[in-house]
Design a protein around this ligand. Structure first.
Ligand code: SF4
Length: 439
């Protein structure tokens, strides 16, 4: 499939168009703004637009003086959100989130850092004018090549296809993705940062076990496992949505809020392993342009502790690097009661210790955990957190990431950020902020 994707360029007085540029084939944490996958590009004197293999715009940036920072850019998600990636001047961003670029989101979230770059006139200009840039580019190619259509036919075809993907059609496509999943993905696992949130969502269950009082992303649905047939049909629909661009993907998110609970002893099927295998072959991850492949999912204390050990053995032997994120929230009973999480601090501690054991045992699995942060939590919350991540861990580890999730939405707080830095310094596990991000 890759053989047909030769890189070619054309220059016109208005723009340079490059088809099938080969970006990085490996997700890397680097301060240089690396672009992933195979994509096509339009470059004018004041903008750069990039398109996936379905001719849909995926990234954009301004080149004029008004653009905030030359190494920063906009990314359009499959859910049709424009996200601004900022460097934060490289100070504190990597330490806080484990990535060099901070995603600034167009909806309220729990980020403690970042500003409002999406409201900047230079950013708004690109978001509002990209379609017009494609129209002008098409006109300029036609004017340049006149009747020598043979030399420019592939560029014209690309631009005409890109014009079919109007802002309205991109919105429709996002809606069809939500419909395929049975609703919008309201939260992606924090570990999906390792692939810049480029995941294909495959929903194998709905709802969660606890319906915690504090949680803003929960669904009303009681926990239920989806039928095999429905999962198979979903895979077919996803293949149709991701289409030609599927070769730029190497990761799935098995959703939604507690996919790990499909491995509960009452379910006789191997839902996780079956879905992961089918996704691997149907999405042809062995042919992906991106190296390696990854599986992300959420779990809860109960689903994690009830899961059969064989599940982890099977996951570990699959081609995937698997990340399972467990919501622990607090090791302090008063805090758990306050936030309405119906588990005990003893269960939290047991799950935390089991995480450590499995992370040691399985090289292809990383179990990570979330804890909450807020200025107004009971006094016991942070000491109980440090008892786990410092006193129970004898030496610093590179695996078993802890994500601290501020409770407040749209309330950056210096105090909470200061507290985060203190906890991070004391923790013997990799510790980062969790910015809640939807698809
Ligand atoms: S925190 Fe997790 S378990 Fe609790 S309501 Fe939200 S999704 Fe459900």
């Amino acid at each position: 499939m890759l053989k047909n994707l030769t890189t070619t360029s054309i220059f016109t007085p208005y723009c340079k168009i490059t088809l099938n540029r080969q970006g990085s084939d490996k997700y890397t944490k680097i301060s240089f703004p690396l672009k992933y996958g195979i994509f096509s590009e339009i470059e004018t004197s004041d903008a750069i637009l990039q398109f996936n293999l379905n001719h849909e715009i995926i990234r954009a940036k301004g080149k004029d003086r008004a653009w905030i920072q030359p190494s920063e850019w906009l990314k359009r998600s499959m859910g049709n959100d424009w996200i601004y990636y900022s460097t934060g001047g490289y100070t504190g961003v990597f330490e806080s989130i484990g990535e060099y670029y901070l995603p600034n989101l167009p909806y309220p979230t729990n980020s403690l850092i970042g500003g409002k770059p999406l409201n900047e006139p230079s950013v708004l200009k690109i978001v509002r004018s990209w379609y017009e840039i494609i129209q002008k580019s098409l006109q300029s190619v036609k004017e340049l090549t006149g009747n020598q259509k043979r030399d420019s036919s592939n560029f014209i075809e690309f631009l005409e296809n890109a014009l079919i993907n109007t802002p309205e059609n991109l919105e429709k496509k996002a809606k069809s993705l939500f419909k395929t999943s049975g609703g919008r993905i309201t939260v992606m696992p924090p570990d999906a940062r390792h692939v810049d949130y480029d995941i294909i969502p495959l929903i194998i269950s709905d709802g969660c076990l606890y319906k915690c009082k504090f949680c803003r992303v929960k669904s009303d649905k009681p926990f239920a496992i989806r039928e095999k047939k429905e999962i198979d049909e979903q895979i077919l629909r996803l293949k149709d949505i991701y289409k030609n661009d599927i070769i730029n993907y190497n990761s799935i998110f098995l959703g939604d809020h507690d996919a790990l609970n499909t491995a509960n002893p009452l379910n006789k099927d191997n839902t996780i392993i079956d879905a992961a295998n089918k996704a691997y072959s149907s999405f042809e991850f062995n042919n992906s342009y991106m190296k390696g492949c990854n599986l992300f999912m959420f779990g809860s204390v109960d689903s994690f502790m009830n899961a059969n050990f064989d599940l982890f053995k099977s996951l570990n032997s699959m081609p995937y690097q698997t990340y399972i994120n467990i919501g622990l929230e607090s090791a302090d009973q008063e805090t758990l009661d306050l936030i309405g999480k119906p588990i005990t601090s003893k269960q939290v501690e047991e799950a935390f210790m089991e995480m450590q054991r499995l992370n040691e045992l399985f090289s292809n699995i990383e179990i990570t955990a979330n804890f909450i942060m807020d200025e107004n939590l009971p006094k016991g919350h942070y000491p109980s957190f440090l008892r786990l991540v410092r006193e129970k861990i004898l030496r610093a580890k590179t695996k078993g990431t802890i994500y601290l999730s501020p409770l407040r939405i749209n309330k950056p707080s210096r105090e909470v950020l200061f507290e985060f830095n203190r906890l991070k310094t004391l923790s013997r596990l990799p510790t980062f902020l969790y910015i809640i991000q939807r698809l």
